[in-house]
Design a binder for this molecule. Structure first.
Ligand code: G3P
Length: 214
């Protein structure tokens, strides 16, 4: 399973990159707003740290503007993936950019037919948002499962990028279903390595050793 970090913060990206298991980065307008920095400038900085896919979301809502903005973002670096919403205009822009060899990440996916349509348009990634569905008492991981089945039924190459991941159990469920990628905040990436029995076992090992040899 590929692991992306979901942030536009350079310190967090460096820290995750230094773990040696980071495959890419996803950003969105809210994450950039938190940083208070020009979107294009920050994307260039991120691409200097990470060589894997870096998702850059367009702000335009209309097809022609989306394509124009997508091409502009794609020009920043070879590893930029243009992020578009799963709207009708986004679908058309996905097809146009994909036909020109520009990779796309189709975002804000909340139902499986959106995922099927963008796969037909040649999307590189589909981003179903698990946590936000759970927030409204729906089943986020069930959406991942449906998309996995549909993509396998028809042999679509689009990668399932599980997004809006809030805790390690989301990751576990996505890995069991077979999501291709997960984009995860740094806090949750660190939680993936945590268990209280690991900590207490380590403490006991060292205490026993020191008692015998100190
Ligand atoms: O990058 C999009 C997605 O991961 C957002 O997550 O926690 O804001 O729902 P969240």
């Amino acid at each position: 399973m590929e692991l992306y970090i979901d942030t536009a913060n350079l310190d967090e990206i460096r820290e995750a990159h230094d773990l040696g298991v980071l495959d890419g980065v996803t950003t969105n307008p809210s994450l950039i707003a938190k940083e208070g920095i020009d979107y294009g400038k920050r994307l260039g900085e991120i691409c200097e740290i990470v060589s894997g896919p870096v998702s850059a979301e367009v702000l335009a809502l209309e097809y022609a503007e989306m394509v124009k903005e997508g091409k502009m973002r794609a020009g920043i670096a070879d590893n930029i993936v243009v992020k578009l919403p799963v709207t009708v205009d986004g679908l058309k822009a996905c097809k146009a950019l994909s036909d020109e060899g520009i990779r796309t990440n189709m975002t804000l996916c909340f139902q499986s037919m959106q995922a099927m349509m963008v796969a037909k348009a040649g999307a590189y990634l589909i981003s179903p948002f698990i946590g936000r569905l759970d927030d409204i008492s729906q089943d986020g991981t069930e959406l991942i499962s449906q998309i996995r089945t549909i993509y396998d039924n028809y042999g679509y190459d689009t990668k399932i990028l599980a997004a809006s991941i809030r805790h390690p159990k989301h990751m576990l469920e996505c890995a069991l279903i077979g999501a291709d990628v997960a984009t995860v905040p740094l806090k949750v990436i660190k939680q993936l390595m945590q268990h209280p029995l690991t900590d207490s076992g380590l403490k006991t090992f060292l205490a026993d050793y020191n008692k015998a040899f100190a």
